[in-house]
Design a protein around this ligand. Structure first.
Ligand code: C2E
Ligand code: MG
Ligand code: MG
Ligand code: MG
Length: 282
């Protein structure tokens, strides 16, 4: 590590590893500034989740986007990870909660009842302000808790386990839905699965992307849907990219489908337009 070699400043700046480190610090600062100024660099997109029983889109997943001032796009996987490492995630999630709840309220005003899912991290649910903040937002915008789903990965549910699970239980009691995201690629044992206060299992897209052409994926998905239903959960498939996979999921009894085949994540106004066209076309 060049920092330990200290004396050689030139070497310090030439080391790829340290350059990447500096770049990360810079991006964290920029992200913080973007959050605080709320100048449009950060914005939310919404991806439809199709209710396979009613054929209606009654739910969306909110997904954050960041376009830096210099025009560059930064992928959420990259900057969410940085936000988690730097602790900025708590502030970022508060911004996301406010933005999404306000959008749900805006849809209600337009006569559209749309449920929305929000992705959160382990640190969020361990934060004692998380539940009160969400409740305050729901109250401020007069939104029913049942319109909100919190999505968490298996890893996020297991970190800070006690505090996190306690917060999730409180949320579930007030009527917020809880979804276990990216299910099937983490480490949740079946024993733990039955203990988690969740309403929804969200199958990871690795099992869905090539579903129609992969026998093993079909076995995994079919039995996970059955397992989820028997444990009383709703089951969602993410990463549906073709019609054949969508039809298979319907035949397997999957409750919701989400993926590029239906729509990419869209800004709110575009999503509203898309919904109009989708429901008109039937
Ligand atoms: P995720 O929650 O598992 O979200 C699903 C990801 O799959 C999204 O990537 C979505 O755009 C993508 N996707 C949806 N349909 C398809 C499809 O048919 N094919 C393929 N190949 N991909 C599809 P995205 O938007 O890049 O987000 C990546 C991850 O970043 C999310 O994974 C989530 O973990 C995190 N993330 C995104 N927005 C937020 C946020 O607001 N807060 C937090 N804490 N994390 C977020
Ligand atoms: Mg998600
Ligand atoms: Mg996911
Ligand atoms: Mg994911």
């Amino acid at each position: 590590n060049a920092a330990q070699q200290g004396s050689n400043a030139v070497y310090f700046y030439q080391t790829g590893e340290d350059e990447a480190y500096l770049e990360r610090l810079l991006i964290i600062d920029e992200l913080k500034a973007a959050l605080q100024s709320d100048d449009g660099q950060l914005f939310m997109t919404y991806q439809p989740k199709l209710n396979m029983h009613s054929q209606q889109v009654d739910k969306v997943e909110s997904l954050i986007r960041w376009q830096r001032r210099n025009g560059e796009w930064v992928s959420p996987e990259f900057f969410i990870d940085l936000a988690e490492q730097s602790g900025l995630i708590v502030e970022l999630t508060q911004w996301v909660l406010k933005t999404v709840v306000a959008q749900v309220a805006n849809w209600v005003e337009q006569g559209i009842t749309m449920k929305a899912a929000i992705n959160v991290s382990a640190q969020d649910i361990a934060d004692p302000d998380f539940v009160p903040h969400l409740e305050a937002m729901l109250d401020r915008y007069q939104i029913s808790p049942s319109l909100i789903t919190i999505e968490l990965t298996e890893r996020d549910m297991i970190e800070n386990e006690e505090k996190g699970i306690a917060a999730l239980k409180v949320l579930k009691e007030i009527g917020v839905h809880i979804s276990l995201d990216d299910y099937g690629v983490g480490q949740t044992s079946l024993g733990r699965l039955k203990m988690l206060p969740i309403d929804e299992l969200k199958l990871d897209k690795v099992f869905i992307l090539k579903l129609a052409e992969t026998h093993q994926d079909q076995c995994i998905v079919r039995s996970t849907i059955s397992l989820g239903h028997q444990l009383g959960f709703s089951v969602v498939a993410e990463g549906v990219e073709d019609k054949a996979s969508l039809e298979l999921l319907k035949e397997m009894g999957c409750d919701y489908a989400q993926g590029y085949y239906l729509s990419k994540p869209l800004k709110a106004e575009l999503l509203t337009q898309w919904l109009g066209q989708y429901h008109e076309a039937g």
